[in-house]
Write a protein that binds this ligand. Structure first.
Ligand SMILES: NC(=O)c1ccc[n+]([C@@H]2O[C@H](COP(=O)([O-])OP(=O)(O)OC[C@H]3O[C@@H](n4cnc5c(N)ncnc54)[C@H](OP(=O)(O)O)[C@@H]3O)[C@@H](O)[C@H]2O)c1
Length: 333
């Protein structure tokens, strides 16, 4: 509801343009990345190191880690700079804009200077600075925008990225956490509260191999972990296999230069990293879900154990103590 008017009305973002989103891992920024993509722009997103994968998974064509590169140093590079967190200033970004480029900011960081920039550039410059207060839009406009976003969400063109799920009764504490906890996952529950009316919910997890040549993001619910004791899994993992699984559309490979496949049987292939050898994926032809080696997820995984399977063919060098999990000699769905 914030990013849309900025990009569509003030930035007039369109196909063929290069749009830079600063603060791309935040609530406003993550929506902006997806909307700019929706309008056909080449999207360059800026965030901190820990959020690079998440932002790439949102569809950014390029991600700049602001701890390593100052995006304002690229000259004449962006048709639109949308600073979703107000961490830059028009004066710093001006040289990075193309002729006729537009600088948008959600935050009047330097108060009067932004307003002065807006006035000055409207009168004289060929590059414009715009601050908008989207909350002040008339209710009719907001309703139209909400319906438009609902349609994009329902057709899978944008998705909510959610830090966690909280009951409505806890909304005061949740907002407090959003405002004060900088270590939380980047996209706030605020977006969830807005999009719940559209029936969307979910949490993004990330993971990858030991060397980084394969990285993935998971955007749908994960199953509890199953420990597989069969001889193939033990050979492949060096010991017991631990798998979670996700509906296939919920897996996005954000880096796959190292990904290789081993055909384990006519219907099953196993994905691994050809550079560091990490075991990553178990892919059965026709199955609705893709299995993921649980040990490759980034912490916190939020996963819980569920079952031991193929205990009948477990190794003879260890015992499986009674731990309260389901126990199956083989595996039956
Ligand atoms: N004008 C309006 O109509 C309007 C409407 C709504 C919100 N807002 C304002 O917009 C701002 C953003 O809101 P939000 O809900 O998106 O915030 P948010 O979810 O808290 O996100 C803030 C993001 O800023 C990033 N960040 C921190 N330092 C940064 C830096 N130096 N460079 C680039 N990114 C940096 C953080 O990600 P990393 O960890 O990756 O750095 C974080 O994900 C708030 O100030 C809010 O008040 C304005």
């Amino acid at each position: 509801m914030t990013a849309l008017p900025f990009l569509r009305d003030h930035g007039r973002v369109r196909s063929g343009q290069t749009v830079l989103i600063n603060g791309a891992s935040g609530s406003v920024g993550s929506a902006a990345v997806q909307l700019a993509r929706h309008y056909g722009a080449h999207v360059i997103a800026v965030c901190s190191t820990g959020n690079v994968d998440r932002v790439r998974a949102l569809g950014a064509d390029e991600v700049i880690d602001y701890t390593r590169e100052d995006f304002t140093r690229r000259r004449g590079a962006y048709h639109v700079v949308f600073d979703a967190v107000g961490k830059s200033a028009f004066s710093r970004c001006k040289e990075a804009l193309t002729n006729g480029g537009i600088y948008l900011s959600t935050v009047p960081t330097l108060g009067m200077f932004v307003f002065a920039d807006m006035l000055w550039t409207r009168l004289f410059g060929n590059k414009r600075a715009v601050l908008a207060l989207t909350g002040l839009q008339p209710p009719g406009e907001k309703k139209k925008d909400l319906c438009f976003l609902k349609e994009l969400a329902e057709t899978g063109r944008i998705r909510a990225v959610i830090d966690g799920r909280y009951p409505w009764e806890d909304s005061a504490q949740t907002h407090h956490r959003v405002d004060s906890d900088t270590s939380r996952a980047p996209c706030s529950s605020r977006w969830e509260l807005e999009l719940r009316t559209c029936g969307y919910s979910g949490a993004m997890k990330t993971g990858g191999c030991a060397c980084g040549a394969v990285r993935y993001a998971l955007t749908l619910e994960l199953t509890p972990v199953t420990f597989c004791h069969c001889s193939k899994c033990r050979r492949w993992h060096g010991h017991v296999g631990a798998y979670t699984a996700v509906d296939r559309p919920g897996l996005q490979l954000t880096e796959q230069r190292g990904l290789r496949w081993y055909a384990a049987s006519p219907t099953v292939r196993r994905g691994f990293c050809g550079e560091c050898g990490s075991s990553l994926l178990w892919d059965e032809e026709g199955a609705p879900k893709m299995s993921i080696c649980a040990g490759t997820l980034d912490a916190p995984t939020g996963l819980r154990p569920k079952a031991h399977i193929y205990l009948g063919s477990k190794g003879d060098y260890y015992e499986v103590p009674e731990d309260g999990l389901l126990r199956r000699e083989e595996f039956t769905r």
